[in-house]
Ligand binder design. Structure first.
Ligand code: SDX
Length: 389
């Protein structure tokens, strides 16, 4: 159709996949969801509207959005058994480990999810998972804090409900500051999809075997958990805290250049000039800190960025702040502990994972994942009897 990108058919056999969901130009710092620039979506849209866009290919009408939000809202509750599963974890269990296993457990609560050829069933499972991710994340957080679970309150919006399930204590209703709700909604939009990143590749690879979507998304959560991927936002805060003060930055930078460690939150497989999401998040920092007070680590982050962007070591390697460099500062200002940062990334990325999964299972030309290898081992040789070894 008009406006759609074209490609060389031969390319499909060498690429990992063919997709129409998200477009990135790493050199120009362009990120578009279904053709809409991330800057416009962050300014004018909402996370659930963006989730609809990613899954359905176009922005919803008012009636379509209203029905979509209603469907998500009625599915925010969790089976009692899932809560019991959560209560079985040690109190120091990492919330990402709890999220990964509870999402895969959902495949046992909804056995119909394997009927992936049925469009209504796919839609139901997709809606269920987007609705339940904040509840699962909040329950994991409350478990780690040794606090009782707060049940979803369906009079609240998606983000307000999430914040209430996390932070509500004895007050009758938890009223989050609307400026913080807006900032978190924008952060979820920025994390919603990102083409064929490590975790999306895991979802598509596992999903290509025609397993249910819960099992495929659980694989994506596992990939996102790693410090080189979604776990970087947690690692950035630990790095800033370890640096401790601006005058310690030169020694830290020397350590990075000596190869002792990476500058977490910097670099990207695709963006080689700047990550457009980092630019938007930096602006969101100002909005959040106007409410919460400035995060004292911001000064270290800004000085670290200034020094790194002038240093030949980083410039030569095209290393710039990525989406994870500033997001953790906002999450911490919103009272999230570092181990919850990647859970927030997973909640944001779920519509993207599911849009990519749904596209894959409907594309008859995309087969089961079987990446090519470069063989570097021995070729044929004779078996050696024990006496001759
Ligand atoms: C995300 O793919 C996506 O889209 C991911 C993501 C998404 O939305 O899904 O954008 C989210 O995962 C963002 C990235 C979060 N990770 C981090 O911030 C961890 C720190 N970054 C690095 O680990 C690294 O930059 C990666 C993993 C992000 C990218 O790795 P690349 O492109 O494979 O980089 P590379 O290994 O080719 O680096 C080239 C050189 C190497 O040095 P030399 O061997 O040439 O001397 O740059 C160095 C690397 O050692 N380098 C870094 C560095 N990143 C790369 N050196 C110091 N600090 C860093 N952060």
């Amino acid at each position: 159709g008009e406006g759609l990108a074209t490609y060389d058919p031969g390319f499909v056999n060498t690429a990992s996949c063919r997709s129409a969901v998200t477009f990135i130009d790493g050199d120009a710092g362009i990120l578009e969801y279904r053709g809409y620039p991330i800057e416009q979506l962050a300014e004018h849209s909402t996370f659930l509207e963006v989730a609809y866009l990613l899954l359905n290919g176009d922005l919803p009408t008012e009636a379509e959005l209203e029905e979509w939000v209603h469907q998500i809202t009625i599915h925010t509750f969790l089976h009692e058994n899932v809560k019991q599963l959560m209560q079985g974890y040690r109190y120091d269990a990492h919330p990402m480990g709890m999220l990964m296993s509870s999402v895969s457990a959902l495949s046992t609560f909804y056995p119909d999810a394997v009927k992936i050829a049925d469009v209504d069933n796919r839609q139901l499972q997709i809606t269920r998972l987007i609705a339940k991710m904040p509840t699962l994340g909040a329950f994991a957080f409350r478990h780690a804090q040794g606090k009782p679970y707060v049940y979803p309150d369906n009079r609240l919006s998606y983000v307000e409900n999430f914040l209430a399930m996390l932070f509500k204590m004895s007050e009758p209703t938890y009223a989050a500051d609307p400026r913080l709700v807006k900032a978190l909604d924008i952060l979820l939009i920025l994390h919603a999809d990102h083409e064929q990143n490590c975790s999306t590749n895991a979802v598509r690879s596992v999903g290509s075997s025609q397993v249910d979507p819960y099992s495929a998304v659980a694989a994506g959560i596992g990939a996102l958990y790693g410090p080189l991927h979604g776990g970087a936002n947690e690692a950035v805060l630990k790095m800033l805290r370890r640096i401790g003060s601006v005058d310690q930055i030169p020694a830290f930078i020397e350590g990075v250049k000596a190869g002792k460690e990476k500058l977490m939150g910097f670099g990207h497989r695709v963006y080689k000039n700047f990550d457009p999401r980092a630019t938007i998040i930096k602006k969101a920092c100002d909005d959040v800190f106007a409410v919460t007070g400035v995060n004292p680590l911001l000064e270290i982050a800004q000085e670290l960025e200034r020094i790194a962007l002038e240093d030949e070591y980083f410039v030569k390697r095209k290393l710039y702040p990525n989406v994870d460099f500033y997001s953790g500062l906002i999450y911490e200002a919103l009272q999230f502990p570092p181990e919850m940062f990647t859970v927030l990334f997973a909640i944001g990325r779920t519509p993207g994972w599911l849009a990519q999964w749904s596209e894959l299972v409907q594309d008859k030309e995309q087969k089961i994942a079987r990446p090519k290898q470069i063989y570097t081992g021995h070729r044929t040789r004779e078996f050696v009897p024990m006496a001759e070894r």
